[in-house]
Design a protein around this ligand. Sequence first.
Ligand SMILES: [Zn+2]
Ligand SMILES: [Zn+2]
Length: 163
Amino acid sequence: MSVKRNGHEALREQVSHRSGLADRLRRVGQRVTPQRLVILGAIVSGEHLSADEVFTRVEALIPGVNRSTVYRTLKLFRDLGLVSMTDLGGGARRFELIDEPHHHLICHRCGDILDLDDELVDPLRHQILVRYGFVPAIDHLALFGSCAECDAADDQRGVSEER
Ligand SMILES: [Zn+2]
Ligand SMILES: [Zn+2]
């Protein structure tokens, strides 16, 4: 399920989440500064942003903000478990707010990204627990492969890939 929001709704949500963001920072024992709130607020739930994209959003709100400060803060948030940092292909690592578990199927050819239903991941969690007594935190899974279209395009060309 991918939820597309328009800019307005996203912004409103961002503002209403502001106090929640402050709580998240406090809970992990971090100082709540306006700059940190803006950076955390720039990462809207359901989006995957590169560090550059986060910086652009923050800069719009705090002109003259230091790029490396934004990057350092993103790493801090990652270390604190507030955001995830995932390689979704295309070189840049993507930052995302951690809330609901969700997963992606990423076509390594055309770069298309599909949502993978968390229901399909449940049996995997269960089997890992049963077999290893290990409780896996599978909150954000990214699987690479070929999408239906790219796969079909290969079939039409009669290309058989040897791996
Ligand atoms: Zn994601
Ligand atoms: Zn594809």
